[in-house]
Design a protein around this ligand. Structure first.
Ligand code: HGY
Ligand code: MN
Ligand code: MN
Length: 411
């Protein structure tokens, strides 16, 4: 049995087109019309295969194929269809389309697995709309998704209203929790989004662990004042102090971390936000990621100290508020072993690598045996319209997923 690479690639393109927007980007923001369109298309493919589809209480779209013994726990595969703004063709979509391909091959070959199979399209993995993602996987794992109907998105719209497009509520998502005994394992095929496989010309990555991610909201408070009549020596400019701190982040992170340690300021706003007023406050996001929790703590501590020193120098004050925490997450040994077996059977070269990006698997691995298969991203580019993975790598990834499902189905 072999995956049909052409079919997978044409489906990636079809889902991509669902994200086409008037501004020229291809964006499927969670809960948007484009996202809903993509999910409908995906559900129609599954239904054509004779799979049953349902949307759970967290808005996860689930397509199911019966096994020989439906009392056995489900083999779950999938990823997400939502994108970042001006995103690429592969991030998330490959894991959904690749999982459907496994089901399609089984159907066409008349092969009925022992376990029932489910393909899951998780709700709002990216989280850029409300600043918090992994919503669907958190709910499935019985973890607090940290959402409320009164949350405001980047356009000032309320979450409760926005999520109506999926027919879900913030309180209701909890009902999507799954029993660990009901799921045999979870597999996610994904593009690497980094450059390790590409640079080493390696076809497949077996993910060892997913970097943890801690987020904070930092606010520097100075004094708003007249931009013309306040002498430089008299200013308490919140933005200048914040810029001084942000400028130090790369150095501090590199000093206490390793090659996987990263820290990023991704959003920033000042008040009162006027050309002729010295910024009185500057609020920005800070994110720290690493594969080891103690390094994340050390970076946090050093950055807090640096912020304190800089604020003292500029005579301003600051707050440093944690907004979300996810520890680094190892993948399941036995599921990884079955990926390795599949790769070796296929004679494909591979390496074992960590994931710097997070995925729904970061959450899933806390409850269900979980592992990830990576394929190369050209030049390591992702979260961008320039994201690209070669056709042969897409096909390899789908075949490795297929081989792994055959292996885990025997257990
Ligand atoms: O941000 C992440 O790592 C994920 O790709 N959403
Ligand atoms: Mn992404
Ligand atoms: Mn993704």
């Amino acid at each position: 049995m072999k995956a049909n690479g052409k079919r997978v690639i044409s489906r990636l393109e079809e889902i991509y087109q669902c994200g086409k927007k008037e501004d020229g980007t291809y964006t499927r923001m969670a809960f948007s019309d484009e996202d809903v369109k993509g999910r409908k298309l995906f559900a129609s493919w599954a239904e054509t295969l004779g799979m049953t589809t349902r949307v759970d209480a967290a808005g996860n779209l689930i397509a199911r194929m019966d096994g020989q013994d439906n009392s056995l726990p489900v083999i779950l595969m999938g990823s997400h269809l939502d994108t970042v703004p001006d995103g690429g063709k592969y991030d998330g979509v490959l894991g959904c389309v690749g999982a459907l391909e496994v089901c399609e091959i089984f159907k066409k070959e008349g092969y009925v697995p022992k376990h029932p199979l489910e393909v899951i399209v998780f709700t709002d993995e990216e989280g850029f709309r409300f600043g918090k993602g992994l919503t669907g996987s958190s709910a499935v794992c019985g973890q607090d998704a940290g959402i409320s109907d009164s949350d405001l998105d980047i356009y000032g719209e309320e979450r409760g209203k926005v999520m109506q497009s999926y027919g879900i509520t913030s309180e209701g998502v909890k009902a999507a929790v799954r029993n660990p005994a009901d799921i045999h394992c979870f597999l996610e095929l994904h593009v690497e989004q980094g450059a390790r496989l590409y640079r080493t010309k390696t076809s497949v990555g077996i993910v060892s662990s997913i970097a943890g991610v801690n987020r904070y909201e930092v606010t520097v408070t100075g004094e708003a004042n007249h931009a013309g009549s306040t002498a430089m020596a008299d200013r308490k400019d919140a933005l200048v102090a914040a810029a001084g701190f942000i400028n130090r982040i790369p150095e501090v992170t590199t000093e206490c971390g390793n090659e996987f340690t990263v820290a990023t300021v991704g959003t920033i706003k000042v008040t009162p936000h006027s050309v002729n007023v010295i910024p009185g406050t500057c609020t920005f996001s800070l994110e720290i990621r690493d594969t080891e929790a103690h390094i994340m703590s050390l970076v946090e501590q050093k950055l807090q100290e640096t912020l304190g020193d800089i604020c003292k120098k500029y005579e301003v004050s600051s707050t440093f508020v944690p907004t979300s925490f996810h520890d680094p997450a190892p993948m399941s040994d036995w599921v990884k072993e079955n990926i390795k077996k599949a790769v070796e059977e296929l004679g494909i070269d591979y390496s074992i690598i960590p994931s710097g990006a997070f995925h729904d698997s970061l959450i899933m691995t806390s409850v269900f045996p979980t592992a990830m298969i990576f394929v190369p991203s050209e030049n390591g580019v992702s979260h961008s319209r320039y994201e690209y993975t070669e056709d042969k790598d897409i096909e390899n990834g789908c075949n490795v997923l297929l081989g792994t499902i055959l292996n885990v189905d025997k257990l």
